[in-house]
Write a protein that binds this ligand. Structure first.
Ligand code: SF4
Length: 316
């Protein structure tokens, strides 16, 4: 079976092998793989499995070895990892994989010269010096507060960015490209790929805290809990809102930390720090209006705070 076709979108410029190995999701890498006609073999499947395992189970894909043989198999391992992650059949695995690939690329970008950075930016249509067309910026900018458009300098339809900001935006663009292109639809999945997927699926952590569906919980909170249970990534404002609500509802700090363990980008130390910080600061519950302004209100309950919710929905 040829592995080249599983890359995303065709393209015209062709970078060197090392660039393609560092950025295997790039259009140039896809073109390379198609021309090289890489074939599946046992060694490549093992390498692809390791890549998928590192991303899904350990949340980090190590850097590559610097020999031409390894560089070529590196590109193939990306394609194989995508097949394996698709076969795992869980949104959480896809998200974790996309995040780990994007973070790895971002760490390379931080030490890149201008040429590679420009080439990758061009690949995503972010083609100008220190300024990103506003529509592209809105598509790719992280949901963190410093990246909100109101906090950026906008002129002539372009958003000015530093090198560090450009890299962060590209990291998000890479994550979106990879997660948006998965799962792959493959007609005949090779048995080695199915087995690798099954191995990884069996090692994935199960939620340690059982999420109980309750009609007494505000719909917005219930919605966020269900997303967590499905292994979806919650934006910062959602994590913040949920943590404050659960603390106010009497849940212990450690239980809340475990609750977030299904997040694709979960880090126990960071989550523990953030939950502890919210607890220490004693933040009050955000109002329904504020929650709505973050796009997290899912039902007009006719109340001012989720803490007043008593299980009666009073209409939209
Ligand atoms: S009205 Fe308030 S409690 Fe109800 S879903 Fe919206 S934010 Fe949550």
């Amino acid at each position: 079976m040829k592995v080249g076709y599983i890359f995303v979108s065709p393209q015209n410029h062709f970078m060197d092998l090392s660039f393609n190995a560092r950025y295997p999701f790039s259009k140039s890498a896809r073109e390379y793989a198609e021309n090289a006609g890489l074939e599946l073999d046992f060694g490549l499947v093992e390498k692809g499995k390791r890549r998928a395992e590192d991303a899904v189970l350990r949340k980090r894909i190590p850097s590559i070895a610097d020999s031409s043989f390894d560089l070529e198999s590196e590109i193939a391992s990306y394609a194989i990892a995508r097949m394996i992650v698709s076969q795992i059949g869980m949104g959480q695995a896809i998200e974790s994989y996309a995040i780990a690939e994007a973070k790895r690329a971002s760490s390379y970008l931080k030490s890149e010269g201008d040429e590679s950075l420009k080439a990758l930016a061009k690949d995503f249509g972010v083609d100008s010096e220190n300024a990103i067309p506003v529509l592209k910026y809105l598509s790719y900018s992280p949901r963190e507060s410093p990246y909100k458009l109101v906090n950026m300098k906008l002129a002539d339809g372009k958003v000015s960015v530093s090198k560090g900001q450009l890299i962060r935006v590209l990291e998000e663009a890479i994550r979106l490209r990879i997660s948006g292109s998965l799962p792959l639809k493959i007609e005949r999945v090779p048995p080695e790929i199915k087995k690798a997927a099954e191995d990884i699926r069996s090692q994935m952590p199960k939620p340690e805290v059982k999420i109980v569906v309750s009609g007494d919980r505000p719909p917005c909170v219930q919605h966020l809990l269900e997303k967590l249970a499905r292994g979806e990534n919650l934006p910062h404002a959602a994590r913040w809102t949920l943590t404050i609500y659960l603390l106010k509802a009497g849940m212990k700090e450690g239980e809340i930390v475990k609750l977030f363990s299904t997040s694709p980008d979960y880090s126990e130390s960071i989550t523990r720090y953030q939950v502890g910080y919210i607890l220490k600061k004693g933040y009050s519950m955000p109002s329904c209006r504020l929650i709505d302004s973050h796009g997290l209100c899912v039902y007009k309950c006719g109340i001012r705070s989720p803490l007043s919710y008593r299980g009666t929905k009073t209409g939209r």
